[in-house]
Ligand binder design. Structure first.
Ligand SMILES: *Cc1c(COP(=O)(O)O)cnc(C)c1O
Length: 318
């Protein structure tokens, strides 16, 4: 498969130790990789995927990127910024009823010039298809992108990221927030293709473990194929922790609040309330239960999302 890159991210993203937090939670070998610093309109993990997806959209002669997500979707905000950077229009289909509070990512969607379509009672992916069809009929040459940019092509960006990590240090384990699966899938494929011998632990944000493992395995096989490898993956090749779903997607509980506070006050690092706080809370719990050995070198892969801190002000309890 053809694979080109439209540059959007500042790479490599930094890797550095977290000595104060590591000492506090009993994991002296704790490090972080800063994909919150990819640099595109507050950054985040979708930027790497969008480099490939935008190149593909341009190759196909698209004029408009169309994607889908929650009202506070980081993916939609990064897609809106990517479209602006590439001189394309952008339509974001957001789940649920129209919201009046233009804050966080939703504020930025508007600032970045995206057109917002509310799915209302409609299934968001159905609404995405309908929106693509409408734009096609209007001659606007749309390019549809599913949740999180998690296609085989999008995921393959995180296989590249594993090669990038390989030049930055050796780790026993990567811990990452996993939701639409593309990020973890690329890491799993990249680990094999680029000889990373550690584990890739995905902390599920909103999905039961077996289903997320199947999705990640399928996307990892697809990403490998995009990279010209015949390597395939099954659920047994994927490590997912689904014990940290809390109150469900976007619900901030005590564990997420504790993780946000620890990263902020021990290291001056901001997590986001929906993804990285949950993943960090899962990692901290695994250390406390001895499920992560205190002698391991662990890389917490920060995937961004901080613009959502502001609309979550009430849930943060500050
Ligand atoms: C989208 C997102 C994730 C999850 O990545 P997937 O590829 O959808 O699994 C994690 N963290 C943040 C901040 C995100 O926006």
């Amino acid at each position: 498969m053809r694979r080109a890159r439209f540059p959007l991210a500042f790479l490599p993203t930094p890797v550095h130790p977290l000595p104060r937090l590591g000492a506090r939670i009993g994991l002296p070998g704790l490090w972080i990789k800063r994909d919150d610093l990819t640099g595109l309109a507050f950054g985040g993990n979708k930027t790497r995927k969008l480099e490939l997806l935008v190149a593909e959209a341009r190759h196909r002669g698209a004029h408009t990127l169309v994607t889908v997500g929650a009202a506070q979707s980081n993916h939609c905000r990064q897609t809106a910024a990517a479209a602006a950077s590439a001189g394309l229009a952008c339509v974001v289909v957001l789940r649920g009823a129209p919201r009046a509070d233009r804050d966080g990512n939703l504020l930025l969607d508007h600032l970045l010039g995206a057109e917002v379509v509310w799915a209302g009672a409609e299934e968001p992916l159905v609404c995405l298809d309908q929106t693509v069809a409408r734009l096609e009929a209007e001659g606007r040459r749309p390019f549809g992108i599913t949740y999180g940019g998690s296609t085989a092509l999008g995921a393959s960006a995180y296989a590249d990221a594993m090669a990038e990590l390989g030049a930055q240090g050796r780790f026993d384990r990567v811990v990452v927030a996993s939701s639409s699966g593309g990020t973890q899938a690329g890491m799993v494929a990249g680990a094999r293709l680029h000889g990373f011998s550690g584990r890739v632990t995905g902390i599920s944000i909103d999905e039961e473990g077996a289903a997320l493992k199947r999705l990640v395995a399928e996307l990892a096989s697809g990403a490998a194929a995009v990279l010209g490898s015949a390597s395939t993956f099954t659920s047994d090749d994927v490590e997912v922790e689904d014990g940290y779903l809390g109150g469900g997607y976007g619900i901030v509980g005590e564990a997420e609040r504790e993780a946000l506070g620890l990263f902020a006050r021990e290291e001056g690092i901001l997590l986001d309330p929906v993804y990285t706080a949950r993943a960090a809370a899962g990692m901290i719990d695994m250390i406390r239960r001895g499920r992560i050995d205190p002698g391991e070198r662990v890389l917490f892969w920060h995937t961004g999302g901080q613009p959502a801190l502001f609309p979550y002000r009430a849930e943060l309890g500050l």
